[in-house]
Design a protein around this ligand. Structure first.
Ligand code: MG
Length: 218
């Protein structure tokens, strides 16, 4: 079983569902030539896709174009259903950083056919995830920098201030569809700068103050 840990505490949450938001930053929507959705785009990854700091990404043999997407990750600490925006942040136990790995070639084919994205987004190792800092340490989740470097070269450098749907809105919206439970993780979308990873790469993702992660590609 995969667990999410809070830094500096013995608390470990068995990871439940991983809910992910697509197209939440305008610049990233533009770089992929997508349309801006009216409501948040939602998909999920299985808990089995998680790897931790120091882990190894294994790109499945059915893809030759695996992209990194660095994202602010939220760890749910309390159960919530139909949570108003004003109370949404109180549901969180912690903040961290994740990489939403995406098989861009596979996803493009699936999109064309109108099929679900699971095999492009949910394969083993598709969700590198840091430890989480306690939620009370983050004064404003819309004022965080998200950076990702490959082999030391900066590829993504964005700010959560640029989210189309801010964190409290996402939690409120998701909780109207799914009961949120302790151990659930929410990935909030990626800023611009996504790009391919290849065998031998070292990837570092960081949200200063919230978490960091270093993984390699097999
Ligand atoms: Mg993403």
């Amino acid at each position: 079983m995969k667990t999410a840990r809070i830094v500096g505490s013995d608390t470990a949450y068995p990871i439940g569902k991983i809910l992910c938001i697509g197209r939440n930053y305008a610049e990233h929507i533009r770089e992929l030539g997508n349309e801006t959705p009216d409501a948040p785009v939602i998909f999920s990854k299985p808990a089995s896709s998680v790897i931790g700091d120091g882990g190894t990404i294994v790109i499945p043999p059915y893809s030759s174009d695996c992209h990194h997407e660095a994202e602010l990750a939220l760890l749910v600490g309390r159960k919530g259903k139909d949570v108003p925006k004003e109370e949404a942040l109180a549901l969180l136990a912690g903040y961290g950083v994740a990489i939403d790995l995406t098989l861009r070639d596979v996803q493009a084919e699936l999109k064309k056919k109108g099929l679900p994205w699971d095999i492009a987004k949910g394969f083993d190792t598709a969700c590198p995830l840091s430890e989480f800092v306690p939620a009370e340490r983050i004064a404003d989740p819309q004022d965080l920098r998200i950076r990702l470097a490959v082999n030391g070269a900066l590829r993504q450098d964005g700010s959560t201030s640029l989210m189309i749907h801010p964190v409290r809105e996402l939690i409120s919206y998701l909780s109207g569809i799914f009961t949120l439970e302790p151990g659930d993780v929410i990935l909030t979308g990626t800023p611009a700068g996504v790009g391919p990873l290849v065998s031998g790469d070292t990837v570092e993702a960081e949200i200063p103050g919230a978490g960091s992660l270093r993984v390699s590609v097999k």
